[in-house]
Write a protein that binds this ligand. Structure first.
Ligand SMILES: *Cc1c(COP(=O)(O)O)cnc(C)c1O
Length: 402
């Protein structure tokens, strides 16, 4: 009973897809195969190029049954043909860039993205002879103007970390496909429940599965979902040659977390909306950005594009000095919410991100791009990942510092 791309509901899919009771023992829980190599009953080739669908398992970097289970689960949730799991979200982003871009190519990358991805696109890709335009993906005219004959990839992120700005994915996909480029989207904030990325035209759906998909903050991993052809290319190039594969133990933990993804996302959304409304009511809070709030500058797009608003809120308290002070108060006084990076866990997490610092290290925006960033982030934002605790307890914790 391997459910794959069938018409089951999201809960059934999350729980059962990719899994099957253990053939040998009947164990209901899928086994964890911590084996680097597999005994084979035939003489086989020893290269990634010899691998076929029918090859079976030979070596753990080429494929592992426990990692395969998680890959089938995620591709079923994303309704794509295939998925590749990697060691981290960063490994997934690197896999996309290095598989589909070569020296002489051009890529259009969101001018705001997860900081590591922004730095990779800005610093590493040009060093390899790949030209990169960093563009505000919420501005379709800017995206259209940036496309060139040699543009091979348009990489966006929606909602974007850490400011919660959205990209109209259907529109950007139409523009990119019109000029022959592939579209990748980092959908970590939305999770497979918050956004039907494939239906919107995204070719390569990327996740840091460290976040919502794993959901418990105990394992780092990444994933890319898409057609069998595109994922096959990434598998040969990045898993087998670059080698950033996911550990079977992490895959097992993340698959267990993924089983409850749809019900967790419901609660994340419900809690986040309540916390966001409470934040909006506080005099000490100057701005709240949450796609589920009418005050979000792209509320209409959020309603049209998102199927769950997720649990990510960003809010401001005034200038950078005030922000730094509140951050220190959080460190000193919060009991329930952890002051820590990362997001999408059952535990609530909060972290202060000052605009000036991020501009220096990661984004380096100027002019209109900086204006758009500041429209969402001002002098700095608190990124709050609303967890699954009781909302009254979260609000009581925040009330101590806001
Ligand atoms: C965390 C994160 C990443 C990086 O993922 P890792 O698993 O930490 O490597 C990429 N994109 C987004 C949106 C993230 O939040």
């Amino acid at each position: 009973m391997v459910l794959r791309n069938k018409d089951y509901g999201p809960n059934t899919t999350a729980i059962h897809a990719g899994e099957t009771p253990d053939a040998e023992t009947g164990a209901s829980v899928p086994p964890l195969h911590m084996s680097s190599t597999f005994v084979t009953d035939r003489v086989a080739g020893f290269s990634a190029h010899d691998l076929k669908e029918s090859s079976g398992f030979l070596y753990g970097r080429w494929g592992n049954p426990t990692v395969g289970m998680l890959e089938r689960k995620i591709s079923a949730l994303e309704k794509t043909e295939d998925c590749l799991c990697l060691a981290s979200g960063m490994a997934a982003a690197t896999a996309i860039f290095l598989t589909f871009l070569s020296a002489g190519d051009h890529a259009v990358v969101s001018d705001v993205s997860y900081a590591g991805v922004a730095e990779l696109a800005r610093d590493t890709l040009p060093r390899l002879g790949i030209a990169v335009s960093l563009v505000d993906m919420s501005d379709p005219e800017a995206v259209a103007a940036s496309l060139q004959d040699n543009t091979k990839l348009v990489h966006c992120e929606s909602p974007v970390n850490p400011i919660g700005r959205l990209t109209d994915l259907a529109l950007i996909a139409q523009l990119a496909h019109g000029s022959g480029a592939l579209v990748s989207c980092d959908a970590t904030f939305a999770s497979p429940i918050g956004q039907r990325s494939k239906e919107l035209g995204v070719d390569l759906i990327m996740h840091s599965v460290t976040k919502y998909i794993g959901g418990h903050g105990d394992a780092i991993g990444g994933a890319v979902a898409g057609t069998a052809e595109l994922i096959g290319k990434i598998r040969a190039e990045s898993a087998i040659h670059h080698g950033a594969i996911m550990s079977p133990f992490n895959a097992w933990l993340i698959a267990r977390g993924a089983s409850t993804l749809p019900i967790r996302m419901k609660t994340h959304q419900q809690n986040a909306l309540q916390v966001a409304e409470w934040l909006e009511s506080r005099n000490t809070v100057t701005k709240v950005i949450y796609p589920g709030l009418k005050s979000h500058p792209q509320y209409e797009l959020a309603q049209r594009q998102m199927t769950n608003m997720s649990g990510m809120i960003s809010f401001q308290v005034g200038d950078a000095k005030t922000g730094t002070g509140v951050a220190q108060n959080m460190i000193d006084h919060l009991d329930v919410i952890h002051y820590a990076v990362s997001l999408g866990h059952h535990r609530s997490l909060v972290f202060w991100m000052e605009t000036a610092g991020l501009m220096e290290t990661s984004f380096r925006l100027e002019g209109k791009s900086l204006e758009s960033y500041r429209q969402f982030a001002g002098d700095g934002v608190f990124r709050l990942s609303v967890g699954l605790e009781d909302t009254e307890d979260l609000v009581a914790d925040l009330a101590k510092v806001l």
